[in-house]
Design a protein around this ligand. Sequence first.
Ligand SMILES: [Zn+2]
Ligand SMILES: [Zn+2]
Length: 162
Amino acid sequence: MGPDFETLAWRGHRYDVRVLGASFEYLALRSSAERARAAGQDGSAAGLLAMDAYEIVLAQARDVHELAREHPDGDVCSCGVVTPPGLPLARATGHLDQLRWEPVPVVLVTTDVERRYESEPATALACCQDCGWTSPELALAEAREVAAAHSCDLSDGSGHEA
Ligand SMILES: [Zn+2]
Ligand SMILES: [Zn+2]
C-alpha cells in the first residue's frame, strides 16, 4: 500500500480508510495493472500492490484479524483499527467484525504470520475485547469454537482474567 495514511475516528478508535476500502483498492490496482499491460507498459508495481490488498480482502472474508500495514503511528489490523505502537493486535481493542463491520466482543487474531500467500492461517488466538480473556494458541477451527463459546459472565475457569 502507498504512503498516505488517512484515518476515520470512531468510538475512541482510529481506522485506516485504505484498509477499510481494501476491496476497492484491490480492484483499482488490478485495473491499473491491466491497463498498463494493455498499453505495453510495466504493470508489475501495481500488480504487487494489488496482491497486498488481496491479502487484506481474504483476511476480512475469513474474519481472522491479521497485521495489514505497519506504520509509525501504529500498526493497522485487517479490520482497519490502528493499534497503539508496540501493542500486539491480540491486546488491542476496537477490532470490528470483518463481515458485518460492527463492533464485536470476541475476535480471532492469527498467530500464523509465516503462512503462504493466499493460504488460511493455521493457528489463531480467540480474544475478548470486553474482559481481556485470551485463549491459548489454537488450530483455527478450534479457536472459532472457543470464541463462539466464550461468555464474559461464565466463571468456569476457562482462563478469564476479569
Ligand atoms: Zn482487527
Ligand atoms: Zn469476555
